[in-house]
Design a protein around this ligand. Structure first.
Ligand code: C2E
Ligand code: CA
Ligand code: CA
Ligand code: CA
Length: 273
């Protein structure tokens, strides 16, 4: 390279090297964290627009000994690039199913659903279906209370193979939400070919519903699409009473967001039900 210094390493190479080794360090840290049990699940309630709590979404955090709670925004991407998402995703599934199983023994919680985020690499593993069914069986959780949140890019990777896997899980009772709908490479052609139960409106559209632009129109269109395809629609990131009454008036059935609750540790959930 032109910018090569006296020792032959260019600035670009140096920056690249720093980034690669930072990632390698983070990968090693993630593996250690998993072995040490430093990951925790937080849970955010999902509600019917009439106010009933229908279930929760499980959201992972890293309880770092020095840094405290680390957001998934800081480590999920690296976990995905390094395949650490496979053991981490398996841990999340097992942990979420364990809570789901505990809910089954209490009439106040037995109807609640657990939504779990699934990464592309995790879903496309040949044994993903078995992994989920085994986690359910091991923990004793009810399959018909488990909901998997998938993204558009995951669905588009291999539509036929994806449909088959979803069908097998669905036969066991598991349901599916399409996360962050409208933000990815949306293709309407696959929507009706996949056994999806719910569309989740990305929170960017909810935020923009009261701003200039097309947020309100996009919310309206996704709700109409959900109706046409017989899928429920959940709005994420609802922070104000105004946003809630807007989505309700548009016919959106479900929501989650800071208006009702931020994601909380399990110990704080009971007071929200
Ligand atoms: P996501 O699946 O779209 O999750 C929703 C995110 O929005 C969560 O961020 C949640 O805390 C946040 N949120 C909820 N309500 C509001 C609101 O009213 N206002 C605002 N400003 N934010 C709200 P979080 O927990 O930081 O997670 C970020 C992303 O990390 C998730 O986005 C998901 O893509 C990923 N993630 C989290 N846990 C897991 C996991 O267990 N597995 C995988 N594969 N990904 C995960
Ligand atoms: Ca999600
Ligand atoms: Ca989402
Ligand atoms: Ca989102």
């Amino acid at each position: 390279a032109k910018a090569a210094g006296r020792n032959g390493m260019s600035l670009f190479d140096a920056a690249m090297h720093a980034r690669v080794s930072a990632r390698a360090t983070l990968e090693a840290d993630l593996r250690l964290a998993l072995n040490r049990g430093e990951f925790v699940l937080y849970y955010q309630p999902q509600l019917h627009v009439d106010g009933r709590v229908m279930g929760v979404e499980a959201l992972v955090r890293w309880n770092h000994p020095l840094r405290g709670l680390v957001s998934p925004m800081e480590f999920i991407a690296v976990a995905e690039e390094t395949n650490m998402i496979l053991p981490l995703g398996a841990w999340v599934m097992e942990e979420a199913c364990r809570l789901l199983a505990r809910w089954a023994s209490d009439p106040r919680t037995e109807m609640l659903e657990m939504a779990v985020n699934v990464s592309t690499a995790q879903f496309h593993r040949p044994d993903f279906v078995e992994q989920v069914l085994e986690a359910l069986a091991r923990t004793g959780a009810r399959p018909d209370r488990l909901r998997l949140e998938l993204t558009e890019s995951l669905l588009l990777t291999d539509v036929e193979g994806t449909a088959k896997k979803m069908q097998r899980l669905r036969e066991a009772g598991v349901s599916f939400s399409l996360d962050d709908f409208g933000t990815g490479y949306s293709s309407l052609s696959y929507l009706h070919r996949l056994p999806l139960d719910q569309l989740k409106i990305d929170r960017s559209f909810i935020r923009e519903a009261f701003m200039e632009g097309h947020g309100a129109a996009i919310v309206r269109i996704i709700v109409a699409l959900g109706k046409a395809l017989k899928m429920s629609v959940l709005a994420e990131g609802v922070e104000t009473a105004e946003q809630l009454s807007f989505i309700r008036s548009e016919g959106c059935g479900y929501y989650q967001g800071y208006l009702f609750s931020k994601p909380v540790p399990e110990a704080e959930l009971a007071s929200l039900f």
